[in-house]
Design a protein around this ligand. Sequence first.
Ligand code: PGA
Length: 269
Amino acid sequence: MRQKIVAGNWKMNLSPTEAHDLVAGVGAYLSGLINTPALPPNHKQHTVLFCPPSIYLAQVVQQVTALNLPNLLGVGAQNCHWATSGAYTGEVAAQQIAQTGAGYVIIGHSERRQYNHETHDILAQKTLAALTANLKVIFCCGEPLEVRNANEQFEWVGTQLTQSLFDLPQTAMQQIVIAYEPIWAIGTGQTATPQQAGEMHTYIRQHLTNQYGQATANQIPVLYGGSCNAQNAASLFAQPNVDGGLIGGASLKVPDFCAIAQALLTSDI
Ligand code: PGA
């Protein structure tokens, strides 16, 4: 069985106190939940991640470590630089993220592709830098509305994966998590239907299989992102190739994020 993940992408939100309260609230809820018979045994393979702004990484890692749920809770950054160090004012290196104790980094989010002009090639370099620092990569892909309207979403997403990831050797690919996030669904309230998500995730699994073979492709979690919330998470996670979610707005509220995490942890019942 492959790992399933719910990752909260906080983006550029929350004060230090709000960040603390969110992690404390979610931590307390999950600590209680895992001690109930409500969860299937294989929930132990699944992970709930907080991805705060990098200025909070050390604080969140410390808090998560104190919660002592090592297999369940983890921390990720939202971006890293491609270089190991140097004169890049304002940037953060993958190694520096790893040194906070965080284990993951989001790469290729559509907001960074749009506002920071991150190309396929830059994202390939960032992925390599992250893997070299022993971080797992949550690699984002997804099409804009005009591409979906032209029914070219599969080619679009396939190209994003091929161009940025498919030079990686098989062992490196096992450290990758894919997040399919249709741009028209991000922050809009217009969620992809379970069927739309399901068919894209099945396409992504096939695309990975064509390049890396079935065994490797079957190990790679493929998350859905884009207006995933407490109401629709369970029906999205019920799709056979949807292995969890990358959650923006709904990850900032304790009850919403807890409900989404619970939907994941109970999705194999
Ligand atoms: P959203 O954002 O859940 O607010 O749509 C998802 C994301 O951008 O990762």
